[in-house]
Design a binder for this molecule. Structure first.
Ligand SMILES: NC(=O)C1=CN([C@@H]2O[C@H](COP(=O)(O)OP(=O)(O)OC[C@H]3O[C@@H](n4cnc5c(N)ncnc54)[C@H](O)[C@@H]3O)[C@@H](O)[C@H]2O)C=CC1
Ligand SMILES: O=C([O-])CC(=O)C(=O)O
Length: 357
C-alpha cells in the first residue's frame, strides 16, 4: 500500500522545507517528484473535479494540476470555477485546465473523463455527524452521478462527499439504474483515514512517518473507521493496549478533531485534498498499467457480509483489480469489526433506499 507517491511527496516536502531560495529546484521538478516516478510520457488522461471551487476542491485542483499523469483538468462547480480555473491554469505543468460552472456545463466538464473526483457538497459543523449531511449531499451526489452515467460512463469515480458510507451506495444504485454500473470503477475515498493513522502511529511509536503504513478498513464515519494497528509497519514498536485504544479513537475521531478546531468554518480540506490527490494518483497509475498499486478504499466487496467495505485494494487498468483480505487481526480489532457492522449496513441501506425512491 505504501505508494511511491507517499514517499516522493514526503521527500519533496522535506527538501523544500530545508532548502534555501538559492538551492530550490524548479516547479516542474517539484511536481514530478510529488506525483510520479514515471519518466516515459504518460497517456492522455482527463480528470474532473466536481465541487472544484470548495474548500477541498481548490487545493485538490492545485494538486491535480501538479500531477504529470493528468493531461486535461476539468474543474466543475455550481459557482466560482472560472476564477479557480484561471488561477490554476497559469501553473506551468502538463495539463490543460478548463473551468465549468452550472449544470448546463456539466456535460462538457465530464465528456471523455477517465477519472471523476467528487468533493461536492456541504461539510460538517461542530455537533453534527457525517450522516447529518445526508439530506443535502445525497441529492447532490445523485445529480452528479446521473450525469456521469450519461457523459463518461466508463470513468473511475472517487467519491469524497459525505457521508461516504451512504454516498457510494447511492452512486452504485444510480449507475445500476442507468445500466452503466461497474463495481470495479466506484471508490469511496478513505485515504484520509490512512493518512491520519500513519501520522498518529508515527508520533506515538516514535518512528519516521515516511516509513509507516497502517491499513484502515470498514467505512468512513466514527466507529466504522477501523485502523488495523496490529498490522502497522514498521514492527517492533511495542505500544500498550491503552496506547492502541487511544490511537484507534483518535483516528476514528480525526474528522471531528478538525471540525471542532475550525469552529464552524467547515471540516478537513487541506489534508483531504492531499489524501484525495494521493488516491487519484494511485487510480491513474493503475489505469496506466503500473503494477502493484495498493490503497485502502471503500468499494463493493465480499470480504465481509457487508456489501460495501473499505480494505486494501489492488488498482489496475480497469479500476479494482483485486480486493485484498483483512489479514490477521487482534481481538480488539475483531471486536471493532463486529461493532461497526450494524452502523455501516444501515448507512448503506439508507443510501440504497434514497436512490431508489
Ligand atoms: N471522504 C473524506 O475523507 C472527506 C470528505 N469530506 C466531505 O467533502 C465534502 C466537501 O467538503 P468541503 O470542500 O469542505 O466543502 P465546501 O462547502 O467548502 O465545498 C463544497 C463545494 O461543492 C460545491 N457544490 C455544491 N453543490 C454542488 C453541485 N450540485 N455540483 C457541483 N458542486 C457543488 C459548492 O459550491 C462548494 O464549492 C463534504 O461533504 C465533506 O463532508 C471532507 C473531508 C474528508
Ligand atoms: O469529519 C468530516 O466531516 C470530514 C471528514 O470526513 C474527515 O475529515 O474525515
Amino acid at each position: 500500500m505504501r505508494t511511491s507517491m507517499f514517499r516522493s511527496v514526503e521527500s519533496a516536502i522535506r527538501r523544500v522545507s530545508t532548502s534555501s531560495p538559492s538551492t530550490s529546484t524548479s516547479s516542474t521538478h517539484f511536481a514530478r517528484r510529488c506525483f510520479s516516478s514515471e519518466s516515459a510520457p504518460a497517456p492522455a488522461r482527463k480528470v474532473a473535479v466536481l465541487g472544484a471551487a470548495g474548500g477541498i476542491g481548490q487545493p485538490l485542483a492545485l494538486l491535480m494540476k501538479l500531477n504529470p499523469l493528468v493531461s486535461s483538468l476539468s474543474l466543475y462547480d455550481i459557482a466560482g470555477t472560472p476564477g479557480v480555473a484561471a488561477d490554476v491554469s497559469h501553473i506551468n505543468t502538463r495539463s490543460e485546465v478548463a473551468g465549468y460552472m452550472g449544470e448546463d456545463q456539466l456535460a462538457q466538464a465530464l465528456d471523455g473523463c477517465d477519472l471523476v473526483i467528487i468533493p461536492a457538497g456541504v461539510p460538517r459543523k461542530p455537533g453534527m455527524t457525517r450522516d447529518d449531511l445526508f439530506n443535502i449531499n445525497a441529492g447532490i451526489v445523485k445529480t452528479l452521478c446521473t450525469a456521469i452515467a450519461k457523459y463518461c460512463p466508463h470513468a473511475l469515480v472517487n467519491m469524497i462527499s459525505n457521508p461516504v458510507n451512504s454516498t457510494v451506495p447511492i452512486a452504485a444504485e444510480i449507475f445500476k439504474k442507468a445500466g452503466t454500473y461497474d463495481e470495479k470503477r466506484l471508490f469511496g475515498v478513505t485515504t484520509l483515514d490512512v493518512v491520519r493513522a500513519r501520522t498518529f502511529f508515527a508520533g506515538k511509536a516514535n518512528v519516521n512517518v515516511a516509513d509507516v503504513n497502517v491499513p484502515v478498513v470498514g467505512g468512513h464515519a466514527g466507529i466504522t473507521i477501523l485502523p488495523l494497528f496490529s498490522q502497522a509497519t514498521p514492527k517492533g514498536s511495542n505500544l500498550s493496549d491503552e496506547q492502541i485504544t487511544a490511537l484507534t479513537k483518535r483516528t476514528q475521531d480525526g474528522g471531528t478533531e478538525v471540525v471542532e478546531a475550525k469552529a464552524g468554518k467547515g471540516s478537513a480540506t487541506l489534508s483531504m485534498a492531499y489524501a484525495g490527490a494521493v488516491f487519484a494518483d494511485a487510480c491513474l497509475k493503475g489505469l496506466n498499467g503500473v503494477p502493484d498499486i495498493v490503497e485502502c478504499s471503500y468499494v463493493q466487496s465480499n470480504i465481509t457480509d457487508i456489501p460495501f467495505f473499505a480494505s486494501k485494494v489492488r488498482l489496475g487498468k480497469n479500476g479494482v483489480e483485486e480486493i485484498l483480505g483483512l489479514g490477521p487481526m487482534s481481538d480488539f480489532e475483531k471486536e471493532g469489526l463486529e461493532k461497526l457492522k450494524p452502523e455501516l449496513l444501515s448507512s448503506i441501506e439508507k443510501g440504497v433506499k434514497f436512490a431508489n425512491q
